[in-house]
Design a protein around this ligand. Structure first.
Ligand code: SAM
Length: 205
């Protein structure tokens, strides 16, 4: 997985590759799907959600440009795999999940990671209690970048988020400079919808 899917697609940060080498991805998928755990794609984890493709996890992590000293927020804990990778890349990781059953399962899997803090809440609002963050990563697709997340970035901090229509989005990287923000568009992606206040609401979209 690391050689062909991550190094083979141009990501070479030794800390990132080490994290992927250490975290046992097969523990974060459902037992019946263990044989697919290292395949080159997303895998269902129940409740209409997925564990993201390894390359996308690596790319989004890489875009945060972490050195190991940062406090990071992940919106969309899902299986807990991305949070486990972040645990090796940052000092402190807060991760928020909307679906209670997924939050409970991930919290059990992440109990050995002493720098990961799991929360059950609407992550489209961020997690004000531990803000500001050096990095925020959103692993579900938003119709628009939530201002609440931008506001929880430190000066110089980065937000990585898929934004666009249902089923088709662009991965955006926002960087805070004082009270203003730069946005770069990276690649086309397809994430499950973000729910909650700043997510997709059937009556509005
Ligand atoms: N990062 C996850 C992993 O490593 O397995 C993959 C996440 S999955 C693609 C997206 C997750 O975002 C789902 O678990 C979904 O329930 C969650 N989600 C959607 N809207 C949310 C919200 N408003 N707050 C928190 N989590 C949300």
């Amino acid at each position: 997985m690391v050689e062909t899917q991550i190094v083979g697609r141009g990501l070479h940060d030794p800390r990132l590759l080490a994290a992927f080498g250490i975290v046992p991805r097969h523990l974060f998928v459902l037992e019946q799907d263990r044989h697919l755990a290292y395949a080159d794609g997303p895998i269902p984890i129940g409740f209409e959600q997925t564990i993201s493709q390894p390359y996308i996890v690596a790319l989004m992590t890489n875009l945060l440009q972490l050195k190991g000293t940062e406090r990071v927020l992940e919106v969309g804990t899902g299986s807990g795999y991305q949070a486990a990778i972040l645990a090796y890349m940052a000092k402190e990781v807060h991760t928020i999940e909307f679906v209670p059953e997924l939050a409970a399962r991930a919290e059990r899997l992440l109990s050995d990671y002493s720098n990961v803090f799991c929360h059950l809440s609407d992550g489209s609002l961020g997690w004000q209690e531990a803000a500001p963050y050096d990095g925020i990563i959103v692993t579900a697709a938003a119709p628009k970048t939530p201002q609440d997340l931008l506001d929880q970035l430190k000066d110089g901090g980065r937000l990585v988020i898929p934004v666009g229509a249902r089923g088709y989005q662009v991965l955006e990287v926002w960087t805070r400079h004082g009270d203003s923000f730069d946005c770069d568009e990276v690649i086309e992606v397809a994430f499950v919808p973000l729910r909650g206040k700043h997510g997709w609401d059937a009556s509005r979209h």
